[in-house]
Write a protein that binds this ligand. Structure first.
Ligand code: NAG
Length: 480
């Protein structure tokens, strides 16, 4: 990471010894899509941007054009170019690629030069702008759990997905077998990989705060350092890129699916968020002194803004589920009894609720924050954080009241005794609600984004509707 501000003027000196530059943007699925360009080319487009084929917003995650083509990129508009502008503040060097210089780009409409509605970085920035215009900012921290498999033939260049064309998933061996959370000995089985990921993330500016084994075969969990929300989203995308890249070198296939294995815990992607005063950095969710008359003791140490922000998330949560659970598989994690939240629910230090409030006495006032526990590790961090900000800030602007009481401390994990509204059970249900005429998603994000993102999810549902799974074959081959 650069210690001083990178400007167009400082680039020639910064890149003095380099021949090329790597550029990447984020697509709706959270994948980095980019290219390597010569330094000459980069210097010529660093300020003005360059044309990038819009098909990265016309393709699904396996590069198949959407069955029903969407407005941004389609055959009719010739998959025309959109404008990609490098964000110079994201400069870093890729440690495992000879320290090649690297920048993230954001995408813009080529005619209006306005942020492209579907660009996840743009989406987060436009939500953040609402806070900034009121003198506020936001901080965030991401936590990712993920399974790791041994790449079956690490000398082969075949992708794990290609391997699975000819082999059942259980043929992929786990990095380590059995359950051993917080193990000090398990990481030693793959010591070089374990330390390389930790150190490389620091060198690449997506620092890990803590890193441990989680319960499950080959499952690790990384908590990323708490930073400003826009940087956090970038870092989360770069963290996955780092782990996947180092995995290739060590014969490890990391897997961020929400639920890779039936009957075992899924992979969460919890997000911690707080709101601050932009000038002073003061945490605006913290209450100056405990509120003796609070409606529930859970919010005694939460500011009025914090209460409205919480109310906003709770009210909007059912309407934005495809953003927090974007795949068919996401909903296999969000089932009763697996420590994953399934209802509109909240509570102070409550680890079964959708929103866990963290305030004094368990934290310092300055660390007061919300942990949103619905997202899995399969989510796009820019989109998840944009959604949390959008809903929370809507609550603040409308001074919304918290719509339901907190979960009691002894209330069961996984919503068994919890009377809160059940969140969508599958991507079809979630997407229909997200796209309906007066959904809160349309109110906070606008129709263009909702129609695009919703269309991409309808595509996913459609593909799954046509798929015949091994479960069906095993269940019905003899019986019907
Ligand atoms: C509120 O914070 C104070 C410390 O500032 C703590 O002693 C108290 O227990 C907290 N109240 C609740 C209800 O958590």
């Amino acid at each position: 990471m650069a210690s001083e501000k990178v400007t167009v003027e400082s680039l020639p000196r910064l890149l003095e010894k380099d021949a090329c530059v790597k550029l990447a943007g984020v697509d709706v699925d959270g994948q980095l899509r980019g290219k390597l360009v010569s330094k000459t080319k980069f210097l010529s487009i660093a300020a003005s941007g360059f044309g990038f084929c819009s098909v990265i917003f016309g393709w699904d995650m396996h590069d198949r054009t959407y069955m029903r083509e969407l407005a941004i990129s389609n055959a009719e508009n010739g998959y025309r170019d959109i404008l990609a502008i490098p964000d110079l503040s994201t400069f870093r060097r890729v440690p495992w690629e000879n320290n090649v210089p690297f920048f993230l780009v954001s995408f813009y409409d080529p005619d209006t030069r306005e942020p492209l509605s579907a660009c996840p970085r743009g989406l987060l920035h436009s939500q953040l702008e609402k806070l900034r215009s009121k003198g506020c900012g936001a901080m965030a921290g991401a936590e990712y759990e993920f399974y790791q498999f041994r790449t079956p033939d690490s000398s082969s260049t075949a992708s794990p997905a290609a391997f699975l064309q000819d082999n059942p998933p259980h043929k992929l061996p786990s990095l380590t077998e059995g359950m051993f959370g917080y193990s000090l000995t398990r990481p030693i089985h793959n010591k070089d990989y374990f330390y390389d990921v930790f150190n490389t993330c620091a060198a690449f500016g997506c620092n890990i705060e803590s890193w441990h084994t989680e319960s499950g075969p080959g499952v690790f969990e990384a908590a990323l350092e708490f930073v400003d929300i826009a940087s956090m989203a970038d870092r989360a995308a770069l963290f996955k890129y780092t782990v996947k890249s180092l995995g290739v070198q060590y014969g490890v296939t990391p897997c961020f699916m929400a639920k890779p294995k039936e009957g075992l815990p899924g992979n969460s992607g919890h997000m911690h968020v707080s709101i601050i005063d932009k000038e002073s950095g003061k945490n605006l969710l913290a209450r100056d002194s405990p509120d003796e008359n609070a409606q529930w003791k859970d919010i005694a140490n939460l500011s009025d803004m914090g209460r409205h922000f919480l109310a906003g998330i709770l009210e909007g949560l059912p309407d934005i589920m495809p953003l927090l659970a974007p795949t068919i598989n996401s909903y296999k994690r969000l089932v009763e009894n697996f420590w994953a939240p399934v209802t509109v629910s909240w509570g102070l230090e409550h680890r079964a609720a959708s929103i866990r409030i963290i305030t004094p006495p368990t934290s310092k006032p300055s660390a007061t924050r919300f942990e949103v526990r619905v997202p899995g590790a399969d989510t796009n961090a820019h989109i998840v954080l944009a959604a949390i900000l959008a809903l929370g800030w809507r609550g603040v602007e409308r001074k919304l009241a918290i719509p339901c009481p907190p979960l009691a401390v002894d209330q069961d994990v996984g919503g068994i005794n919890d009377k809160g509204e059940r969140l969508a059970r599958n991507l079809r249900e979630a997407t229909a609600r997200f796209m309906r005429k007066d959904s809160i998603a349309r109110e906070v994000f606008g129709d263009e984004f909702v129609d695009h993102f919703g269309g991409t999810r309808e595509n996913e549902v459609h593909l799954f509707d046509e798929a015949v799974t091994d479960w069906e074959m095993k269940r019905y081959i003899e019986t019907v």
